[in-house]
Structures are given as C-alpha cells and as structure tokens.
Design a protein around this ligand. Structure first.
Ligand code: GLA
Ligand code: GLA
Length: 686
C-alpha cells in the first residue's frame, strides 16, 4: 500500500447516487454537502446500466455534469467501476454468467452482485467498462480515487456452475500437479472417493451427506481467489490508464462475513477501506464494531484506512430497522477514527425514495434538511473537521497482538466437527472484549502476515505494526484463539516470542490440522504441542448449553479436553464435566516467557480474570485506566498524540488524562470527564 490519501483532512461523505434523482435535486445535494462539510463521495457503484444502456452505446452526459458540479463545489470523488451491477442487457445476452448455487439453481438478474467470478464474459465486460471510465475520467480533477466494484464476494461468495467447475479443476491442477497428490490431500481413500483424473472433480455441489472437507476447503480458497483475480484485473486496468490515482475496494470486515480472504487482497490496494454495519439489535454492537475496526487496521498494516460505508441510523437489511439513539452516530464514527480510520463515509448520501433500500437511513433522510438526523450529520462533519490534524497519525502500537485468519475460519466451521457450538470468532471476540473493558490496546493481525518471514527479514507492515526484525517483535503478549488450521511457519514465530520473554496464549481447537484439514497426529494440538508442553488425547465438548467449572472458580463453556501435561505447569483443572480431573489451563515457562494453553471457552468474567493474570505477568498496562463500556485508544504521530475516549454507558466517566478536547475546544489540565453517551478527543501534546 502506498498510502496516497484522497482528502486534505479526514474524509467525510458517502455513496452518492444522483442517477436516482431528477437534475434539480443535484443542486440541493451539493448545497447540503457543503453545509455538512462533505469532502468525498463515492459515485457510480451501481451505474453501469445508466452509463451503457446498450452494448457500446454510452450516456456519459449525466456523469460529466455530476463530476463537474462536485468539483466546482470542492467535493472529491471516489469513482467506482460499476461491475457490482452489470446491465440487464448483458445478463440477458449471457445468462451463463449468472451464478449457480450448490443445488444447481441458477440465479436471475434483478438484484446486484449476481455474477460468477470465473465467468470470462463478465470479466471481459467489466474490464472493458473499467477502461472506458478510466480513459474518460482518470484525469478529471474531481476524481481522487478508484473504488473497484463493491463488497466483492459478499452476496455471491461461491458459484457452482460448469464454468466455475472447469476453473476449479484448473486451480487444482496448478496446486497439486498430479491427481494422486489431490487424493492424498483430500483423504479420498475415505468413503471410496478416489479420483483418477482432474477431469472427474466437481465443486462440492449438494450431495447426500457430509461432503469431502478437503474439497470444501479448497473450493473456499478457489472461490476467494477468483474474486482476488477479478480485483487484480480491474486494478491493473485502472493503474495502466490513470496510475496517479490510488485504488481501493470496500471490504466487509464485520460480523460473520468471511467469503473473501482479505489478507490476499491488501497487496493489490493503495488503501484499505471497509464497510461496517452495526448489528442494531445487539446492545453491545459497539464492541463488535471495535473488533472489526481493529481487524481492518491489521489488514491495513497499521496504516490509516477508510470507513467506506456505515449507516447514519437504520440498516434496512436487518430484520428490525432499529434507529440509532442520540449521539450514537458520533460515537460509532469516532470509534472507527479512534481505531485508525482517516475518515467516515456512509451508505448513502440521500435516502432513496424507491428501490430495495428506501428504508435504509441516509445522510439526508426522507424528511429532508429540517430533521434531527441531518443536524447530527452536520455536527459530525464539523467535529471531523476539528479533528483534521489527526489525519496521517497511526494507532499507537499495542503490546498485545491477537491473531486471526480467514482460512482457519473456513476450516474451523466445516461440517462434522466435534461440536456445532464452536464459532470461529467466539473466543477471539471474547478476548478482544476483555481487553477493551480493561483499556488495553491490541493489534488484531492476520496470522498469515506474521507467520511467514524469518527474523531479520523486513517487516511487511513497514514498521508500524512490527518494530523491525520478526513481525511479532515488540509484542509482549500474543493471543491465538481457535486457530484450528495454523498457517505454516507460525509455530516457530510463537516459540521466538516465548524465548525472548513474551507470553503466548493458545486456546482450544487450535493447531489441530494441516493445510488440507488432515489431523496432525500424536496428540492435539499437533502444531503447538511442543510450544505448549501439553498433549491432548481426546476432545470432550459439552452438551448443549452446559458449563464446566474449573478448580480456581472459572467457568468454561462449549468445550473441554482430556490431556496430559508432559512439559508444563497446571494452572487450573476441570472440577466437573466430561474432563473432570484433567488440566484446563496450563503454562509452560521458558525463562521469563511463557506459553499458556486454555482448553475450554472461558466465560466473560473468567476470560477477563485470566487475561489480567497474563497481562500482569507480561507487565502490560492499559492505555489509560478505564471502566467497562468506556473505550480509550491513542493515536500518535511523532511526538504528537491524541487520546480518543468514547463512553457507551449512561454514566459520566472520569479519566486520568489531560489535554485539549478537540470536540469541545476545552482544556483539561488535570483530568477529563467523558460525558455519558459522549466522546472526548484529547490532544495530549503539542
Ligand atoms: C455408518 C456409515 C459410516 C459411518 C458410520 C459411523 O456405517 O455408513 O460412513 O458414518 O456409520 O457413524
Ligand atoms: C452495500 C450494498 C448496498 C447497501 C449498503 C448498505 O453498499 O452494496 O446496496 O446494502 O451496503 O447496507
């Protein structure tokens, strides 16, 4: 990533879809944008059908006018390639580019993002329109950035059609070379699934019972790679024609979305951007937002990133379109900024009057300018304007790292596992939440980004997340939750952390299989057995809803294990349940360092208590001592620093921090009180 930023201060704006409105509304739009301080809008995401109503017949007039109008008003444009929404004529001309599901049913056009990522027809047309747009608008002074497609893989992550099947076979040939290597990798000796030629292999379409897990996992990889290739192809055209403009695509790092391995896309982008929609029914949704923002920063290598879309209020694809409460818009936006976003954009500028998302909130609601919501938008724009000096700073490097990996996620949630109650992110979220409540900073890193290079090799993050040397150098605590399939090379990196006096925490159902979902034999967890000094003989998951008590009073959920401890100290044992008497929490000391293992999913309070022990042993302190529900994050730039404090509770929260609050302009020489449901952003040092 090269880090060219599209705006002067923090970016503020949203998706702008003027084609939904008559021309006279556009003047009102730009007037309101100026009133709100908008400086960047995403244009053209779904506009292919408007731009090319028949093959080769273009209608550019409206887009010319829109870009000129925005430019005349000082508003920058993040111009999209429109491949998210191919025109109807193209779908009708080439029905074979519509995706097919695992049951063999072909989708129909009429929504968005309805195409097969392996379709050569779609690819050729998408590259054609991308080139046309780049040639026409690449030098337009309004255009600041390219926005490739939209939320790749989020609505049709996998296609099972015959074109995909052929592409899958090519992918497998390239990966395995000969079919017996595939047989060995997939364990096809089981249930007599042996292939004698790659030509016999199909995608994992609907079958009678459990499909082959190696096939399933490779199909996830193949499907993700197809979208990565699509992104690479569009980005290459844009860079060829207009190399001065940065390229992004909007991720969906939030909730359960994980069809695309984003870690594989970051080398293709100049800046990382993310769409995040708060799960409105969850009163703790703000904690999920914080986790997603930290994951996005990890993908961005610690560099500033952009919230490409979030909502001003209701999200209409959720079952209940719950409106945001007073101040929530500001809190949510500043959460992202605190965690490294250099801007906050929304879907969408003006709430639609027609179409599938007319009840999705916008920056300008149906009620228009005279509305509490628009006033909040204006206030947010003004606040972000006062925070302009933060742009380009980075979140202060944490001493705690938490590892996650999309491939491990795919593998962990395959069928016929020890229990249906293990969700890949459950333990990660719980650890993150405990750190959040304690005010302890954490960098959430893609495991593949830290597994590879040996010590001494250049830090791939450019030094922001790694202090030179190995990518985990500088982290005193490394958390490895439920990393069922550990990337090659991670074990030795974790050994190094412990050997230099750091603390590594591995939890249940980690390091169990190799890259093909084949169990590493000799006692679980094969990838980390020596690191941890434990040997698990049998998994013993709990019955639905059951809990298990540990002899130190901690409570475990979902999971237990029956293990021996050849080379570690038992910290706590199961006092009841299917593994009663067996170790539950262990610690292998190596000099000043230690490798901890936790063989159950500790409940919230037990996770906090356990982490407090580890953090204490590692000497890691909070950014600023805080109370649960009050987030504190520090951003730094050389000697300058800014402390963000966001209070999600109904009580005013005093904090031992000093400086000038950029939100209110007030100076706090002694301490600051963050108002209930409010925020403070302290400039700590000049
Ligand atoms: C039957 C099935 C096998 C296996 C066993 C054990 O024998 O045919 O494939 O599933 O039950 O569950
Ligand atoms: C994405 C989708 C849009 C809309 C927004 C808001 O951008 O592509 O159609 O659903 O999210 O939820």
């Amino acid at each position: 990533m090269t880090g060219r930023w599209p705006t002067e201060g923090l970016a503020f704006g949203g998706d702008y879809n003027p084609e939904q409105w008559p021309r006279e509304v556009w003047d009102d739009d730009v007037a309101l944008m100026r009133e709100a301080g908008v400086n960047l809008v995403s244009v053209g995401i779904f506009s292919w059908g408007e731009l090319e109503p028949q093959e080769g017949v273009f209608r550019f007039g409206w887009l010319d006018d829109v870009l000129d109008l925005l430019h005349a008003n000082g508003i920058g444009v993040d111009l999209a390639t429109p491949s998210a929404a191919p025109p109807v004529w193209l779908h009708l001309q080439h029905p074979e580019m519509l995706p097919v599901d695992a049951d063999g049913r072909r989708y129909t056009h009429g929504s968005r993002e309805t195409w097969c990522p392996s379709s050569p027809v779609l690819r050729a047309h998408a590259l054609r329109i991308a080139r046309v747009l780049a040639e026409r608008y690449g030098q337009h002074p309004a255009v600041r950035m390219w926005h490739v497609s939209n939320e790749l893989a989020c609505h049709n992550g996998r296609c099972f059609c015959d074109v995909s099947a052929a592409a899958f076979r090519d992918w497998l040939r390239a990966r395995y070379g000969d079919v017996d290597a595939l047989n060995a990798a997939w364990g096809t000796a089981f249930w007599g699934q042996r292939y004698t030629s790659f030509d016999q292999v199909l995608p994992p379409r609907r079958t009678t019972t459990i499909p082959n897990p190696g096939q399933r996992l490779d199909f996830e990889r193949f499907s993700s790679d197809a979208f990565v290739e699509h992104l690479a192809a569009e980005a290459a055209v844009l860079r060829e024609v207009a190399p001065h403009l940065p390229v992004t695509t909007n991720y969906m790092v939030m909730g359960e979305f994980h069809d695309l391995d984003y870690a594989a896309t970051t080398p293709l982008l100049d800046l990382v951007s993310n769409d995040h929609y708060l799960w409105a029914a969850d009163p703790q949704g703000w904690a999920e937002l914080a986790f997603s923002a930290d994951r996005t920063r990890g993908l961005a290598g610690g560099q500033p990133w952009l919230v490409m879309e979030h909502s001003t209020s209701a999200v209409n694809w959720q079952p209940r379109n719950l409106a945001k409460g007073p101040g929530q818009l500001l809190r949510n936006s500043l959460q992202h900024v605190a965690r490294g976003a250099d801007g906050a954009l929304f879907f969408q500028w003006r709430q639609s009057r027609a179409g599938a998302e007319k009840y999705h909130s916008g920056m300008v609601p149906h009620a228009g300018r005279d509305s509490a919501l628009f006033r909040e938008v204006v206030e947010l724009g003004a606040t972000l304007g006062r925070l302009a000096e933060v742009r380009g700073s980075v979140v202060e490097r944490a001493r705690v790292a938490l590892l996650w990996d999309t491939q491990a996620w795919w593998a962990a949630e395959l069928e016929a596992h020890p229990t249906v109650d293990v969700g890949y992110l459950d333990q990660a979220r719980r650890l993150h939440r405990a750190l959040l409540d304690a005010g302890v900073a954490v960098d959430v890193l893609p495991a593949t980004s830290v597994a590879g290079p040996a010590p001494g090799v250049d830090d791939p993050s450019g030094g922001v997340l790694g202090a030179g040397g190995g990518p985990l150098d500088g982290y005193d605590v490394v958390l490895v939750p439920t990393l069922y399939l550990a990337p090659d090379g991670l074990g030795p990196r974790l050994e190094e952390v412990v050997a230099r006096g750091g603390h590594v925490v591995v939890t249940y159902f980690s390091g169990v299989v190799d890259a093909h979902d084949r169990v590493l034999l000799g006692g679980y967890p094969g990838a980390f057995r020596d690191l941890l000094g434990v040997r698990v003989e049998e998994f013993a998951p709990l019955p639905e809803g059951a809990r298990t008590t540990l002899d130190d009073g901690s409570v475990g959920e979902v999971w237990s294990e029956r293990m021996t401890v050849p080379d570690a100290t038992v910290v706590a044992s199961f006092a009841d349940g299917p593994s009663a008497g067996h170790p539950a929490v262990t610690r292998r000391d190596v000099g000043a360092g230690a490798a901890w293992y936790v063989a159950t999913r500790l409940d919230g309070p037990s996770t906090s208590a356990f982490l407090a022990t580890v953090l204490d042993a590692a000497g890691v302190a909070p950014v600023v001592p805080t109370t649960p529900g009050v987030e504190v994050v520090r951003r730094v730039d050389g000697d300058a620093s800014w402390l963000f404090a966001i209070n999600h509770t109904d009580e005013d929260a005093p904090l031992a921090a000093t400086g000038t609050d950029l939100v209110t302009g007030r100076h706090h020489p002694d301490h600051v009180v963050v108002p209930a449901r409010g925020v403070a952003v302290l400039r700590e040092h000049a």
